[in-house]
Write a protein that binds this ligand. Structure first.
Ligand SMILES: [Zn+2]
Ligand SMILES: [Zn+2]
Length: 229
């Protein structure tokens, strides 16, 4: 339904910020929507990082042990997903969040290796940031994944301390930054958990959550993120 408000105050594209024609559904203009494509190309079989070699695993995953067995991503962290995510997180565009969550839920079935989890757990925000923002973007995404997978949401992960933003830090500093930042509270988690977050860059945040889940008794931990950087 076209609302009168759409004519009075034209909506803008969540990615390029051009005015949207009144009949456009969703947060993107036609050309930004046309640029939306699932993550593809040669990817590491564990962490889904783009990787050129002939091996199954990227150099960082080869020969290493991780709490998180596999990371899969719906999209690459670039336009229009990156801009829509910013519109959602920093400008409160809830329509962008709804669309991203729907798209990520729709991508779940493309990744059979994520099946078999017993619950979906969003990466938590620190309570202070949650108060400022009013929502946890990972939980909005996780709810859509849980619906697509027919699984319950598990909210036992907590962020024990605020961490500096991960961007701009070296890989070593990133893992220092999030070490011990997470814990599991309440009844033990199921043995197999699917973590959900918005963006995966180094994988440090997911791994820190995976270690907290492992410490609480989970044995099989995989992750599904909206966007792979
Ligand atoms: Zn656009
Ligand atoms: Zn890898």
């Amino acid at each position: 339904m076209v609302r009168l408000l759409d004519f009075l105050a034209p909506r803008t594209c969540g990615a390029c910020r051009e005015d949207l024609p009144p009949l456009v559904q969703g947060p993107l203009c036609g050309s930004c929507l046309a640029a939306l494509a699932p993550l593809a190309g040669r990817l590491c079989e564990r962490c889904s990082a783009p990787h050129r070699g002939r091996e199954r695993l990227c150099g960082r995953c080869r020969g290493a042990l991780f709490a998180v067995d596999a990371i899969r991503a719906g999209f690459a962290y670039r336009s229009p997903v990156r801009e829509l995510l910013h519109a959602f997180k920093y400008r409160g565009r809830l329509d962008a969040g709804r669309a991203l969550a729907d798209w990520l839920g729709g991508q779940y079935r493309r990744h059979p290796e994520l099946r078999g989890a017993r619950a979906v757990a969003p990466v938590p925000l620190h309570p202070r940031r949650l108060r400022e923002r009013g929502f946890n973007q990972a939980e909005v995404l996780a709810a859509a994944v849980a619906r697509a997978a027919g699984l319950p949401l598990a909210r036992g992960l907590i962020r024990r301390r605020a961490t500096a933003p991960q961007w701009g830090l070296t890989r070593a500093r990133r893992s220092m930054n999030v070490r011990d930042a997470f814990a599991w509270e309440g009844p033990p988690p199921p043995d197999s958990v699917l973590l959900v977050d918005d963006v995966c860059t180094s994988g440090g945040t997911l791994e820190a959550c995976g270690l907290a889940l492992q410490a609480a008794g989970a044995r099989e931990i995989r992750a599904f993120v909206l966007a792979r950087d």
